[in-house]
Design a protein around this ligand. Sequence first.
Ligand code: NAD
Length: 302
Amino acid sequence: MELGFIGLGRMGSEICAHLIRAGHEVTAYDVREEATLEAGNKGARAGRSPADVASRSEVIFTSLPHPNISREVILGEEGILAGARDGALLAETSTVSPSLIKELAPKVRAQGAELMDAAVSGGVQGARAGTLTLMVGGGEAGFEKLKPLLAHFGKNIFHCGASGMGMLFKVVNNMLSHVNLAALTEAMALGVAAGADPNLLCDVIAVSSGRSRQVEDRLRKHILPGEFTPGMTTDLATKDSDLCLELARELRVPTFIASATHHVYEMAIQKGYGAEEYASLIKLWEEWLDIEVRSPGAGRGS
Ligand code: NAD
């Protein structure tokens, strides 16, 4: 099938590579020329703009860092809709608000195409391994067409409901995931400040009731070895936290815990950790308490 891929960053480059390996003809584009070239080395055709990509594709995937960029890439002068074929399917894998999807879907439909939200969870590692969880919103026919393509990089594929519902599920999931990480860093700091061995504490939590996926994905892989190359940046995690709080505000839902957590992410950005792996939250407590939650050698091979 002729596919398009726009946004070849940490997630997009991995997802795009699966589609190429599956034998599809992929036209790829990123504002960073080197990313487009790298996709070319893996077998993609180089796109010149989102409109150009769309003109050569039946299904166009996007993986972009901010909702405003997603809007521009879809609606802008050289955007997808400027080149989309009749009957094209747009699959938005970036994390954006459900309300943005609901705003864009009718505009896409008016041009004879369809927008599906296809939110992903599982990080760069999951993208590389092809084991992502997919949360899809949109019509049944679009979902059925998209599903075999999503199966190239996803393991658990859920149709969450109408347009925007995939993003709703994703925003709720990430609210919990981000709260879990902030709580984990706080708890680890307390334990280590009181004399616990960080590696042993991690091993115990990993098989006890305090466990969350962040124990393996962030504590063991990033915090203990002191490896803060993203993964997921603090900037992107804070964007997701913004999306969750915006949704809560729209619906007047009290979100005490997510609101408090949001400040932790903002503090990390103020300290200059925005472009780092978001596990760098731990450094806040390390500086306040003059401790290190480190275990040299931890995380390797896990
Ligand atoms: P990233 O910053 O690594 O990648 C974004 C890419 O988009 C970059 O290569 C950038 O050059 C490109 N880009 C920016 N503006 C563009 C434009 N106008 N046209 C074309 N390309 C443009 O981000 P990422 O970590 O790959 O995340 C991408 C999306 O996936 C985000 O919405 C993020 O929230 C979501 N997500 C990320 C993870 C993760 O673990 N990193 C997990 C799940 C979901």
